[in-house]
Design a binder for this molecule. Structure first.
Ligand SMILES: Cc1ncc(COP(=O)(O)O)c(C=O)c1O
Length: 443
């Protein structure tokens, strides 16, 4: 049977299965964006909504930036697609060179994928291949952390530490342990920047090493700052201690910088901000300013070199994606990096961070607020959960803000904020004042 392509599109919302969304609740009262420019979305009823979350932590340079749009448009007219297997195209190599030139330390080689989830799965697989290549194939275990989000692939879900993301899916990767999370409001409530207490949470790695043996552990993966579970800023000394323990046992340390990369923390990358060098770094989101899906896995030179051995005709890593280093994504990423450089956006984020900190902490004392956290241009306001219905208070706050034309992100009972790095002080005020109004309004 020939399919009927003539069917006109309809306003029937039933067909699209939305991700990480209460589909029935949404479809009963849909919220639609139809366009976006700089700091604002436009809704289907013509309202301008201030973007307090950079899309989904990705539109770091603001929406609809002309140089990125133009680069994508031009590239589509020149080379729309080229296979990444056994063939190359110049932009892939150019992007890899440009990216490694701004990455901290000797993260000298990059592999490209299409999403943060793929980047995490790729990093885990590279860790396994690396240890096997250096003669330790028994290093197959991974250590993640509670309250971590590493995407929704099986690897990322397994090392991730969000129970709700695993509960529906019994069959996850084996050989995984989780460090405790670092959220300690009793000691660190209302911290500004890095909390004082909690470096010792890293020591939980030692008993895991003692239990399994270092020679069974491939890698530890952490978000330097846990974004999705509510902006959990690493305590002072914590990442340093993780690094030292990993070094002592030849365990790779992977920083998942999908959120923290590209200026979010007021520095180029979290590794630079905290002066801790990971062995691998996963990047996505801000890499293309969200305009085309793309992610990258950066590895230290030693990892790449270890795998570049054996016969030259050998495929060194049996891994890749049809859309690895997609030409449109490469064009978008190069244009994005140029905007970051030309407009000094990482430095701008750092310069605005104190204003941001003051503004967001001014919500202390507002109804329901039990903690506030911030670093760079990221922040979180945690609300006291309703006794009978966790998460609903923050959801109501999110809806209330949207009605007042400000977009924030609800995660459990926390509201996360991370505006594009082009945000003005007046827009920061608008974000915070809207939230204050809503907190005063909701029950
Ligand atoms: C730290 C981190 N890793 C991985 C991911 C997954 O990225 P994606 O949704 O592009 O697969 C996310 C997404 O928010 C993330 O925050």
């Amino acid at each position: 049977m020939v399919p009927d392509f003539s069917q006109p599109t309809t306003n029937d919302l039933a067909r699209y299965w939305m991700p990480f969304t209460a589909n029935r609740q949404f479809k009963a009262a849909p919220r639609m964006f139809v366009s976006a420019k700089d700091m604002h979305y436009t809704t289907d009823d013509g309202r301008q909504v201030l973007d307090g979350l950079s899309g989904m932590w990705c539109v770091n340079a603001g929406h609809g930036r002309a140089p990125i749009t133009e680069a994508i448009r031009a590239q589509a007219g020149v080379l729309d697609y080229s296979t990444a297997f056994q063939m190359g195209h110049p932009l892939a190599f150019e992007l890899a060179a440009r990216l490694t030139s701004i990455l901290p330390g000797d993260l000298d080689n990059v592999f490209f994928a299409n999403s943060g989830s793929e980047a995490v799965d790729t990093a885990l697989k590279i860790a396994l291949a690396y240890h096997a290549a250096r003669g330790e194939p028994g290093r197959t275990r991974f250590i993640g952390r509670e309250r971590a989000y590493h995407g929704s692939g099986f690897g990322g879900m397994s090392v991730g530490g969000i129970e709700a993301n695993r509960d529906q899916f019994g069959n996850i990767l084996s050989g995984i342990d989780h460090l405790p999370h670092t959220h300690d409001p009793a000691r660190n409530g209302f911290s500004r920047g890095q909390p004082e207490h909690g470096a010792e949470f890293a020591d939980a790695l030692e008993p895991l090493i003692a239990k399994h043996g270092a020679n069974a552990i491939a890698a530890v993966i952490v978000e330097p700052m846990a974004g999705s579970t509510g902006v959990l800023v690493p305590p002072k000394g914590y990442l340093e201690r993780l690094r030292a323990i990993c070094d002592a046992h030849s365990i790779l340390l992977i920083f998942d910088e999908v959120i923290t990369g590209f200026g979010r923390l007021g520095a180029s990358f979290a590794a630079e901000k905290f002066a801790v060098q990971p062995d691998m770094m996963t990047l996505a989101k801000g890499l293309t300013n969200g305009a085309v899906p793309m992610s990258a896995i950066a590895v230290r030179a030693g990892i790449y070199d270890t795998l570049m051995t054996g016969p030259e005709s050998k495929v060194e890593l049996f891994h890749g994606y049809t859309y690895s280093a997609h030409p449109l994504a490469c064009a978008a990423a190069i244009a994005t990096l140029e905007i970051y450089r030309d407009e000094g956006l990482f430095e701008r984020a750092g310069a605005l961070a104190p204003y941001w900190e003051e503004a967001i902490h001014s919500l202390k004392g507002s109804p329901h607020v039990i903690d506030i956290r911030n670093i760079g241009l990221a922040g979180a306001v945690e609300l006291k959960p309703r006794d009978d219905a966790p998460g609903t208070r923050a959801y109501d706050a999110f809806l209330g803000c949207f009605e007042e034309e400000v977009m924030v992100r609800q995660s459990g009972d926390t509201l996360a904020l991370a505006p594009p790095l082009i945000v003005s002080e007046a827009q920061i005020d608008q974000l915070v004042e809207t939230l204050r109004t809503i907190l005063n309004r909701i029950a």
